[in-house]
Design a protein around this ligand. Sequence first.
Ligand SMILES: [Mg+2]
Length: 149
Amino acid sequence: MNSVKNLDLTKIETMSQQRGKPFRILVVDDEPRVRDVFKEFCEVTRSVEVDIAVNGLEAVEKVQGGDYDLVTMDLIMPEMAGVEAVSRIKEMRPYLPIIIVTGNATEKLVNEAGVRGAASLLYKPVMLKDFVNEIIVTLEKSQDRRSRA
Ligand SMILES: [Mg+2]
Protein backbone atom coordinates (compact mmCIF):
# COMPACT_ATOMS: atom_id res chain seq x y z
CA MET A 1 0.00 0.00 0.00
CA ASN A 2 1.23 3.50 -0.65
CA SER A 3 0.44 7.04 0.34
CA VAL A 4 -2.84 8.82 -0.24
CA LYS A 5 -1.06 11.71 -1.94
CA ASN A 6 -1.75 12.15 -5.66
CA LEU A 7 -4.93 10.13 -5.48
CA ASP A 8 -7.57 11.31 -7.94
CA LEU A 9 -10.76 11.32 -5.91
CA THR A 10 -12.81 13.51 -8.26
CA LYS A 11 -14.86 10.66 -9.61
CA ILE A 12 -15.86 9.07 -6.32
CA GLU A 13 -16.57 12.48 -4.81
CA THR A 14 -18.89 13.34 -7.70
CA MET A 15 -20.68 10.00 -7.34
CA SER A 16 -21.09 10.59 -3.62
CA GLN A 17 -22.41 14.13 -4.14
CA GLN A 18 -24.92 12.86 -6.70
CA ARG A 19 -26.47 10.49 -4.22
CA GLY A 20 -26.16 12.96 -1.36
CA LYS A 21 -24.28 10.79 1.11
CA PRO A 22 -20.96 9.00 1.47
CA PHE A 23 -20.44 5.42 0.37
CA ARG A 24 -20.24 3.07 3.33
CA ILE A 25 -17.48 0.52 2.93
CA LEU A 26 -16.89 -2.42 5.24
CA VAL A 27 -13.24 -3.46 5.27
CA VAL A 28 -12.71 -7.02 6.50
CA ASP A 29 -9.14 -8.04 7.29
CA ASP A 30 -7.33 -9.64 10.20
CA GLU A 31 -4.13 -7.62 9.56
CA PRO A 32 -4.05 -4.24 11.33
CA ARG A 33 -1.57 -2.88 8.75
CA VAL A 34 -4.08 -3.41 5.94
CA ARG A 35 -6.95 -1.92 7.91
CA ASP A 36 -4.89 1.18 8.76
CA VAL A 37 -4.31 2.00 5.11
CA PHE A 38 -8.02 1.87 4.38
CA LYS A 39 -8.68 4.12 7.32
CA GLU A 40 -6.07 6.54 6.02
CA PHE A 41 -7.87 6.61 2.68
CA CYS A 42 -11.12 7.33 4.47
CA GLU A 43 -9.61 10.35 6.18
CA VAL A 44 -8.69 12.12 2.94
CA THR A 45 -12.18 12.13 1.49
CA ARG A 46 -15.69 12.68 2.76
CA SER A 47 -17.07 10.55 -0.05
CA VAL A 48 -16.48 7.31 1.84
CA GLU A 49 -17.01 6.08 5.38
CA VAL A 50 -15.00 3.03 6.32
CA ASP A 51 -16.07 0.52 8.92
CA ILE A 52 -13.84 -2.36 10.01
CA ALA A 53 -14.34 -6.04 10.77
CA VAL A 54 -11.42 -8.21 11.89
CA ASN A 55 -12.78 -11.57 10.72
CA GLY A 56 -15.59 -13.14 8.71
CA LEU A 57 -17.89 -13.62 11.63
CA GLU A 58 -17.74 -9.99 12.65
CA ALA A 59 -18.25 -9.04 8.98
CA VAL A 60 -21.45 -11.09 8.77
CA GLU A 61 -22.73 -9.53 12.00
CA LYS A 62 -21.96 -6.02 10.81
CA VAL A 63 -23.68 -6.56 7.45
CA GLN A 64 -26.70 -7.96 9.30
CA GLY A 65 -27.00 -4.79 11.35
CA GLY A 66 -25.72 -2.21 8.90
CA ASP A 67 -26.28 -0.63 5.53
CA TYR A 68 -23.13 -0.90 3.43
CA ASP A 69 -22.51 -0.11 -0.22
CA LEU A 70 -19.46 -2.30 -0.63
CA VAL A 71 -17.39 -4.88 1.26
CA THR A 72 -13.68 -5.64 0.85
CA MET A 73 -12.93 -9.14 2.05
CA ASP A 74 -9.69 -10.82 3.05
CA LEU A 75 -9.79 -14.61 2.51
CA ILE A 76 -7.53 -16.08 5.18
CA MET A 77 -8.79 -15.04 8.63
CA PRO A 78 -9.53 -16.65 12.00
CA GLU A 79 -13.09 -17.26 13.33
CA MET A 80 -14.66 -17.33 9.90
CA ALA A 81 -12.67 -17.26 6.64
CA GLY A 82 -13.56 -15.07 3.68
CA VAL A 83 -15.25 -17.63 1.43
CA GLU A 84 -17.79 -18.58 4.09
CA ALA A 85 -18.37 -14.91 4.91
CA VAL A 86 -18.97 -14.13 1.22
CA SER A 87 -21.63 -16.87 1.09
CA ARG A 88 -23.43 -15.64 4.19
CA ILE A 89 -23.32 -12.01 3.15
CA LYS A 90 -24.62 -12.80 -0.35
CA GLU A 91 -27.53 -14.74 1.17
CA MET A 92 -28.51 -11.68 3.19
CA ARG A 93 -27.65 -8.97 0.65
CA PRO A 94 -27.51 -10.34 -2.90
CA TYR A 95 -26.77 -6.91 -4.39
CA LEU A 96 -24.00 -5.92 -1.99
CA PRO A 97 -20.74 -6.04 -3.97
CA ILE A 98 -17.74 -7.78 -2.40
CA ILE A 99 -14.15 -7.21 -3.52
CA ILE A 100 -11.70 -9.92 -2.47
CA VAL A 101 -8.37 -8.53 -1.23
CA THR A 102 -5.93 -11.34 -0.61
CA GLY A 103 -2.24 -11.95 -0.11
CA ASN A 104 -1.60 -15.64 -0.38
CA ALA A 105 -4.86 -17.44 -1.00
CA THR A 106 -4.71 -20.36 -3.42
CA GLU A 107 -6.27 -20.13 -6.84
CA LYS A 108 -8.85 -22.68 -5.69
CA LEU A 109 -9.87 -20.45 -2.78
CA VAL A 110 -10.04 -17.37 -5.00
CA ASN A 111 -12.21 -19.26 -7.52
CA GLU A 112 -14.48 -20.46 -4.75
CA ALA A 113 -14.99 -16.87 -3.56
CA GLY A 114 -15.98 -15.97 -7.12
CA VAL A 115 -18.44 -18.83 -7.29
CA ARG A 116 -20.04 -17.65 -4.04
CA GLY A 117 -20.57 -14.22 -5.55
CA ALA A 118 -17.50 -12.03 -5.04
CA ALA A 119 -17.40 -9.24 -7.63
CA SER A 120 -13.66 -8.84 -8.17
CA LEU A 121 -10.20 -9.51 -6.84
CA LEU A 122 -7.13 -7.53 -5.76
CA TYR A 123 -3.84 -9.05 -4.67
CA LYS A 124 -1.84 -7.67 -1.76
CA PRO A 125 0.15 -5.58 -1.51
CA VAL A 126 -2.57 -3.38 -2.98
CA MET A 127 -1.65 0.03 -4.35
CA LEU A 128 -4.07 2.55 -2.93
CA LYS A 129 -4.63 3.96 -6.41
CA ASP A 130 -5.71 0.52 -7.67
CA PHE A 131 -7.88 0.06 -4.63
CA VAL A 132 -9.71 3.35 -5.21
CA ASN A 133 -10.15 2.57 -8.91
CA GLU A 134 -11.59 -0.86 -8.13
CA ILE A 135 -14.00 0.65 -5.62
CA ILE A 136 -15.19 3.20 -8.17
CA VAL A 137 -15.70 0.61 -10.92
CA THR A 138 -17.50 -1.74 -8.54
CA LEU A 139 -19.76 0.97 -7.12
CA GLU A 140 -20.66 2.12 -10.64
CA LYS A 141 -21.60 -1.41 -11.70
CA SER A 142 -23.57 -1.88 -8.52
CA GLN A 143 -25.52 1.35 -9.01
CA ASP A 144 -26.31 0.38 -12.60
CA ARG A 145 -27.58 -2.99 -11.48
CA ARG A 146 -29.75 -1.48 -8.78
CA SER A 147 -31.22 1.16 -11.07
CA ARG A 148 -32.16 -1.51 -13.61
CA ALA A 149 -33.60 -3.87 -10.99
MG1 LIG B 1 -5.64 -12.54 6.48
